[in-house]
Write a protein that binds this ligand. Structure first.
Ligand SMILES: [Zn+2]
Length: 430
């Protein structure tokens, strides 16, 4: 039988037949301890991926993100981008996975870097987030290339650094270098662990800022001679409680954010510090008596696509101005720390339609469309790369990410591999 005449059933059987290869690849990836911070074993994993993909005639580019946060000769920020050209020019489908994993933490009953296979689950730090997804995309591409060697267009697979710390030495850097130019790449799938039956269209926006209130230092036994910056910040917090939080709770979004609680605007007080610095651990002395002359608060505001980013900022300024009008000696500074606009790919976009169709074929159910409460590398592809046809889709249960005894289910990986392979077939017109 001609490869091009492969029926869908037998094409999917080819993936079933690669189950052991998928397990072996996932375990290999977990055994490389790509901890971030500090950024361990990035070169090792990139070289491993490069060697593997060369056997399917991928062209390899190794890119170090020189000078990005955390990059050093000891912990270089390496990325690998592999591209396989088809027989004739056409659309390019890109699978982007981050190679880094977060710290291990406590509470493990399995070896975090052992890749143990127990009852159909592979355990390890990064198994779910997101080495299982990376392995699935590689097997999907390999099966597709073997079955349809004459395909049109191109396939890219990238392993990128530092997603867990903002992606500046990874996707952001590559997007600035043109790797996500819509001229070069047309469809992007990020195999983050969103569950095998869900298509993640994007994420809410983020605005981080630091507020500082100012006071005047004096002896603590005569506070009336000073001006307490912490009390000024208390007035700001009071205003947050009485006016800001109730108004955020009223801002509901049409974005299908999961979990439900995040289907509105939210704000976390990330940290607050006023007065004397915390003593070193083990210091046995007493604090000295002083009125705090500074209090700093870091806020983490998550906003919805219906909100204007300028209004998100202005809402906080308005509160500070109101407090200032009520308190004679109140003064403040505000500094923006980080800003990412919300993004949501249209449900009618080609990559969404294609993956949704593939989910229906493989799992015999309609996909769920979701939006992530927090951001991931899609932000850089959207904002720097200007590439809009992008989703997150991959195996694994999101809640297990960053937890002890993180695992990815083998059956889930096999199903996701089938979905990815069918989408390649569909998007590349094989
Ligand atoms: Zn991740």
């Amino acid at each position: 039988m001609e490869a091009a005449e492969l029926e869908q059933e037998s094409f999917l059987d080819l993936i079933e037949a690669r189950r052991d290869a998928l397990i072996a690849l996932t375990r290999d990836l977990i055994r490389m301890p790509t901890l971030n911070p500090p950024g361990e074993a990035y070169l090792e994993i990139c070289e491993y991926l490069a060697a593997r993909l060369k056997t399917r005639k991928f062209d390899i580019e190794m890119v170090r993100a020189y000078g990005t946060p955390g990059d050093s000769d000891k912990y270089p920020r390496w990325n690998v981008i592999a591209r396989r050209e088809g027989r004739t020019p056409g659309a390019c489908v890109h699978f982007n996975s981050h190679i880094d994993v977060v710290e291990v933490g406590h509470g493990w009953t399995t070896d975090p870097f052992g890749g143990e296979l127990i009852d159909g689950k592979i355990y390890g730090r990064g198994s779910c987030d997101m080495k299982g997804g990376l392995a699935a995309s590689i097997i999907a591409a390999e099966v597709f290339i073997d079955a349809f060697p004459e395909f049109n267009g191109a396939i890219e697979i990238s392993g990128t650094a530092d997603e867990e710390t903002g992606g500046y030495g990874g996707v952001a850097y590559l997007a600035e270098k043109g790797f996500f130019d819509p001229e070069r790449v047309q469809h992007v799938i990020i195999p983050e662990p969103l569950n095998k039956d869900r298509v993640c269209l994007g994420h809410r926006g983020v605005w981080w800022a630091e507020i500082e209130t100012h006071g005047h230092i004096a002896h603590g036994c005569m506070p009336f001679l000073g001006d307490c910056a912490v009390r000024h910040m208390g007035a700001v917090l009071q205003e947050f409680e009485t006016s800001l939080y109730p108004s955020l709770a009223q801002k509901h979004t049409a974005m299908p954010v999961v979990p439900e609680g995040a289907r509105q605007s939210t704000m976390n007080i990330n940290s607050m510090h006023g007065g004397q610095a915390e003593p070193e651990p083990g210091f046995t002395g007493f604090p000295s008596a002083c009125v705090p002359d500074s209090c700093r608060l870091v806020l983490d505001r998550r906003y919805i696509i219906e909100e204007d980013p300028e209004e998100v900022r202005q809402e906080i300024i308005d509160i500070l101005e109101k407090v200032q009008s009520e308190r004679e000696t109140f003064s403040y500074d505000i500094k923006e720390l980080w800003h990412v606009t919300p993004t949501m790919t249209d449900e009618d976009a080609p990559v969404v339609r294609s993956v949704a169709k593939s989910i229906e074929k493989v799992l015999d159910k309609s996909p769920e469309y979701v939006v992530s409460p927090g951001t991931y590398d899609q932000k850089h592809i959207d904002r720097i790369g200007k590439l809009k046809d992008c989703i997150a889709y991959g195996p694994g249960i999101l809640d297990l990410a960053h937890q002890p005894d993180e695992y990815v289910g083998v059956d889930d990986m096999v199903d996701s591999t089938k979905v990815m392979a069918l989408s390649l077939k569909d998007l590349l017109g094989a």
